[in-house]
Design a protein around this ligand. Structure first.
Ligand code: GAP
Length: 513
């Protein structure tokens, strides 16, 4: 199945099974804003718990914070967001559609890369085992031609972006003959800068209302509180502060479902270190974070690092952890060595001394910061896309199953009486009433047992138990495994231990140690 079709199916699956709904749907929706349904909110909460516990429970020197969404507007001046948190946008005069100029050019670069990959795939098929990919890439005339065009474009684009040269960006679009996908024309406007922050007013106009912003990242709440946390928690460098919360960006190109949203959630951790040690910590966090992702068991080939060639002016190292989505490898998490830029800026703009006093060396300094920043919604999308599976069964039917990591699954166990009579529902309820304190259980007695299994497969429930007539005699149930579909007889009093060990976040966290 083409990856585009997989993605379409995933989006409709998310809606059909209560994971993600378009926001304000009965009013025809609101662009790039989504709501999480009954199963989505459970999965999202489990992702957040996995992240939070891996940070705050597993590290003695990391504590949490929950700062407000509204902050003093000068914070965004100091951080650079008021002046520089912009996207270059361009309009097509015929379709009246607006695009990000950088995205149009990046898509053009990707087209050259696609052409190269197609040549390689064609040759690999033709030559079979005898195919030498490296040699082919280095010598094939068509590959070399595409590669040269790709490299020249990439270099020109990087230069224009580094210099924020908007005229050059437009010229690249014209020279590459990039057309609007809707109108098919090259009738482009000038490129303009567009600030991504949403703003509103605080206080009544009579009092003199203040323009405030909806935070575009949670990180600044951590920076402006770092000394409060350090002093009240008697934290010693190195230490970290973790936060989960909403962020808002007025994205121009808001596409690909929950990949790029206007309201989304971030899980960010700022790690404060002694100047000069930051690159060592950057490397440690790079490894720690990749391990956290890989522990979910989707396979190492689903992940790769993308080290930034072009660094933001405040960073001295940066990498993304990318995940293989149905539309290619995409950024899920950023790890940045942000130097002491943010804290120095806040010191300058607030006029307050926010230096850390290091008692070990009797000196004050502005700490350096390593940041790990991951989007909850992007993580959610990566998990759903890797988990969504269509399986052909021996009887010719197809089953749709979400192979979610058990610890993240919204429902851990479905309890089903084989029939709706003979005391089986009562027995099933009794079992569920004991287990519901330990993990999320769902009771289901409607339809055939086969249909009920399919419903649970579709929401990723790792285990189902069936209560049958024999249960009333031997106090055992049939336990069915979602992935293998194998069934075994298990004593009711062993269920709690057997299942809890497999579905708890604790067991997942232990694999990180
Ligand atoms: N404090 C650093 C920061 O915000 P970022 O790379 O802009 O860095 C970090 O964002 C993460 O937040 C991204 O890796 C992504 O997972 C998520 N994210 C950013 N913009 C998003 C959007 N519009 N929709 C969903 N997730 C987004």
């Amino acid at each position: 199945m083409a990856q585009e079709d997989v993605f379409k199916k995933l989006v409709s699956h998310c809606k059909e099974y209560g994971f993600v709904f378009p926001s304000s749907e009965i009013y025809d929706g609101l662009g790039a804003v989504y709501d999480y349904g009954q199963n989505g909110v459970e999965l999202k909460n489990n992702i957040k718990q996995y992240w939070w516990q891996s940070m705050v429970l597993l590290h003695e020197n990391i504590v949490g914070l929950d700062s407000a969404i509204f902050m003093h507007p000068t914070i965004w001046k100091a951080s650079g967001h008021v002046d520089a948190f912009n996207d270059p946008l361009i309009d097509n005069r015929d379709s009246k559609k607006r695009y990000r100029a950088d995205v149009l050019i990046e898509e053009q670069i990707a087209k050259y890369e696609d052409k190269i990959n197609k040549e390689v795939a064609k040759a690999a098929k033709k030559y079979g085992d005898a195919f030498n990919e490296a040699e082919f890439r280095a010598t094939n005339a068509r590959v070399l031609e595409h590669q040269a065009k790709r490299d020249a474009l990439h270099e020109r684009y990087s230069k224009a972006m580094n210099a924020t040269d908007l005229n050059e960006l437009r010229q690249i679009i014209l020279d590459e003959e990039i057309v609007c996908p809707i109108s098919g024309t090259k009738n482009w406007t000038e490129v303009r800068q567009f600030n991504l922050m949403f703003s509103t007013e605080m206080g009544s106009t009579a009092d003199g209302a203040m323009k405030v912003y909806l935070r575009p990242e949670t990180a600044q709440g951590i920076f402006v509180n770092y000394l409060n946390v350090q002093k009240t928690g008697r934290m010693k460098i190195p230490f970290g502060i973790a936060q989960i919360g909403k962020a808002f960006r007025n994205e121009i190109v808001a596409r690909q479902f929950i990949f790029r949203m206007r309201e989304f959630e971030q899980m960010e951790m700022q790690f404060f270190v002694k100047p000069g040690t930051e690159l060592e910590w950057f490397q440690k966090w790079k490894e720690t974070r990749l391990k956290w992702h890989k522990a979910l068991g989707f396979g190492d080939d689903h992940y790769r690092y993308h080290d930034h060639e072009k660094l933001a002016h405040y960073a001295n190292a940066a990498t993304d952890i990318e995940f293989l989505m149905p539309f290619g490898f995409k950024e899920v998490e950023g790890i940045h060595s942000r130097t002491n830029f943010d804290l120095s800026q806040h010191e300058k703009f607030s006029g307050k001394n926010i230096k850390y006093f290091d008692t070990e060396i009797n000196e004050s300094y502005t700490p350096y910061v390593i940041e790990t920043s991951i989007g909850v919604d992007r993580m959610f999308l990566s998990i759903m896309s890797a988990a969504y599976t269509e399986e052909k069964l021996e009887n010719g039917e197809t089953r749709v199953v979400l192979k979610l990591p058990a610890a993240l699954a919204p429902v851990k166990l479905a309890v089903m009486p084989l029939v709706k009579k003979d005391g089986l529902p009562e027995k099933a309820r009794e079992i569920m009433n004991n287990l519901k304190f330990h993990f999320n259980c769902q009771y289901d007695e409607k339809d055939s047992i086969g249909k009920r299994y399919r419903r649970q497969d579709a929401i990723g429930t790792p285990y189902c138990i069936t209560v049958d007539h024999q249960t009333l005699e031997d106090n055992c149930v049939t336990l069915r495994n979602r992935d293998t579909m194998q069934q075994e007889r298990v004593a009711i009093d062993q269920l709690d231990n057997l299942i809890a060990g497999k579905v708890s976040i604790t067991s997942l966290l232990k694999t990180l140690q």
